[in-house]
Design a binder for this molecule. Sequence first.
Ligand code: PLP
Length: 287
Amino acid sequence: MTQRTVYVNGDYVAEQDAKVSVFDRGFLLADGVYEVSSVLDGKLIDFSGHMQRLKRSAGALELALPWDDEALLTIHRELIRRNALEEGMVYLQLTRGSAGDREFHYPGADTPPTLVLFTQAKALIAGRSGNDGIRIATQPDWRWARRDIKTVQLLYPAMAKMAAKAAGADDAWLVENGVVTEGASNNAWILTQDGVLVTRELSHAILPGITRAVVLELAEALSLRVEVRAFSVEEAQNARECFVTSASSFVTPVVAIDDIAVADGRPGQVTRQLRDAYIEESRRRAI
Ligand code: PLP
């Protein structure tokens, strides 16, 4: 891969020169939040939604965010320009910075936060998963109880994805109290045999997906019947269609869950329709 230019605390630097302190609380305590915004045709998708959620996550943790949307947009665009990014993602991470030592209590307001952004090139439209679908393995949801905050403590999602891979699947759905909470890095959806689109209600249990919100709008525009509620693994295995949504996967069909094919084991028609609509709408709204 060619050498990237990344952003660290006000500077645009070559990736091998990008450095943060070993005392950074993001590194020592996972005391930080993040966002991932996708890029199509060199433009940002759902940018204001991602920045709104960043403010919400930072606010929930009393984490200072001394940049407004305009300043953050300028940094995103400058990175896209410097890295000639046409298709992929911009990753943003904000941590509580370094007070020069390891300490549980939050440091005072004189400790500046750390802000890091970098680009990742990825084929979002033509990628195999989005078109052919993915196989899911379920895992227990052993994450903490504030999954609505987009923190960088991603060890359990990484473990769940590894377990899913070991089971021959592409990704994991997390299950708690007999129902699916969400995917390890996406929101989970089903289309019931009666043609009702179902995704779980927002709460502390799941991340309020920005893609999820847009897909709910599109479903309404397409006059689909929608129910916002939890569903079991068995209901998903017996559904007409299943899919996941996230910034980097858009709408991605799920073709099997724990080795049981969903319907005929091929991406569903409504899923394809929503994927196409999401991509079209995103291109139209991209900034
Ligand atoms: N749920 C979890 C746990 C996630 O990590 C993500 C994205 O990373 C999502 C849902 C989807 O959110 P979004 O559509 O904003 O990318």
